[in-house]
Design a protein around this ligand. Structure first.
Ligand code: GLN
Length: 459
């Protein structure tokens, strides 16, 4: 894995152009399938500019990979779907504008579950992403390409998006750091939506400090996103005695719990005040999340009709036939399932029974977090309940949904959470989630920095 500090050190003696070319050679030979589209020409041109001293900014000359649901002007943005396989956005997302302003080199668009719906990147129209530690296993999802390219030395930084765990899951499975920011900290302008009320774009990196640096660049005011809080972020590590709450309701299998408990006993308990916290609403969080996410998805995806949005067919027909054909051909199975379930949950007769009830659960989850975080500075839990799965292992949708049990409550509440590697079991990485108060990313990252220093990273 390559940190910003290591990349900069190499830049002192080597040309940026050569380093970026080397990176593309590596990507082109790679078996991970982390990228859908490469931005080779522009990246090499920017590298040349860097070498001439013309590219300036906080991330000058640093390669960044961007998840393929984030709009990039002139660069294909597919959302992992056949529906958008040839879509070239005419504008940049807010976060991409910020990257460009700071001199970052966008090397390509990363593979993802179709419309970010999934936990393994197996629903991508462009094929599964493989885990850098075991090619027979998944890299997690839905930002699987962003996780894999970092774990596999194919980028220094990456952007992901997280609706119910999509940054934290691949970070955990690929042994890297990933942060889901507080809802409203990072503008969603230019993010192709899956479930607007739940999702945030967030930074992924090979160490805590780099993750914080990338957040500094992408966070902040943007009037084009009405939910943007207008808050800037600066990393200013604090050194104090954190009070840590362990969430009793978030667990995992023996592999994961063995490692998590080892870290709690050997690193966390000796250094911090630790208490157990209980979140009674969490047993309803998973179904509530899926009802809300699918409802929002069904409404968001209505725009892909082959006329206003989405790919067009050569042969015209009556409106309903044309519309149905475009959607039948353009969407994959999981996306169709969610559109149907979401439409059902929102329909007149069932709205109160499902959608409204889910919103009530959401309020309870929020209250549980607020209560626990009044007493504790941070809360911890395993990010994922299991090690990276074998490709094809999670055969039915419900089994897949259940794997999000530890990540979705965070999105329901809108609080920030970071996944950090805590070591390896059976040669595969394990991640721990650190959750904090609204807009207290600084506390989370400061605490994570301390954990990172203590963790044993040998495989
Ligand atoms: N796995 C979850 C889902 O499928 C989360 C996805 C995400 O965060 N985009 O909805």
């Amino acid at each position: 894995m390559i940190t910003i500090a290591e990349w900069r050190e190499r830049l002192e003696s080597e040309r940026c152009y050569d380093l970026i070319s080397e990176l593309f050679d590596r990507i082109e030979r790679s078996k991970l399938n982390a990228f859908i589209t490469l931005n080779k020409e522009e990246a090499l041109r920017l590298a040349e500019e860097y070498d001439k001293g013309k590219l300036k900014g906080k991330l000058a000359g640093i390669p960044v990979a961007v998840k393929d649901c984030i709009s990039t002007r002139g660069l294909r943005t597919t959302c992992g779907s056949k529906m958008l396989h040839n879509y070239i956005p005419p504008f940049d997302a807010h976060v991409v504008e910020r990257l460009r302003q700071e001199g970052a080199i966008i090397i390509g668009k990363t593979n993802m579950d179709e419309f970010a719906m999934g936990t393994t990147t197996e629903t991508s129209y462009f094929g599964v992403v493989r885990n850098p530690y075991d090619l027979e296993r998944v890299a997690g999802g839905s930002s699987g390409g962003s996780g894999a390219c970092l774990g596999g030395d194919e980028s220094v930084l990456a952007l992901g998006s997280d609706t119910g765990g999509s940054i934290r899951c691949p970070a955990s499975f690929c042994g890297v750091v990933g942060l889901k920011p507080t809802y409203g900290l990072v503008s969603r302008y230019g993010l192709i939506p899956y479930a607007n009320s739940l999702e945030q774009i967030g930074p992924m990196a090979c160490c805590v400090e780099d993750c914080a640096k990338l957040l500094e660049v992408i966070a902040g005011k943007d009037p084009r996103d009405s939910t943007n809080a207008g808050v800037e972020f600066r990393f200013n590590p604090v050194d104090r005695k954190f009070k840590v709450g362990i969430i009793g309701e978030m667990g995992g299998n023996d592999d994961v719990m063995g490692k998590f408990e080892e870290v709690v006993n050997e690193i966390i308990k000796p250094n911090f005040e630790v208490v157990e916290v209980s979140m009674p609403s969490f047993k309803y969080a998973l179904p509530a999340y899926y009802i809300i996410a699918m409802s929002e998805a069904s409404s968001n995806l209505a725009r892909y009709d082959g006329v206003r949005y989405g790919y067009a067919l050569d042969k015209l027909d009556t409106w309903t036939k044309y519309f149905s054909k475009v959607r039948a051909e353009g969407f994959g199975e999981e996306v169709k399932r969610r559109i149907m379930l979401g439409t059902y949950a929102l329909s007149a007769g069932y709205y109160g029974k499902y959608y409204l009830k889910a919103l009530k659960v959401r309020t309870l989850v929020k209250r549980d977090f607020e209560r626990a975080l009044k007493d504790c500075d941070v809360l911890i839990a395993p990010t994922m309940p299991a090690l990276p799965f074998k490709i094809g292992e999670l055969a039915d949708p419900l089994t897949m949904y259940k794997m999000d049990v530890n990540t979705v409550p965070i999105n329901l509440a809108g609080v920030p959470a970071l996944s950090i590697p805590i070591g390896f079991v059976k040669g595969l990485p394990v991640g721990m989630q650190i959750i904090g108060r609204y807009f207290e990313e600084n506390t989370i990252l400061s605490f994570a920095l301390k954990i990172e220093r203590e963790v044993k990273h040998e495989i």
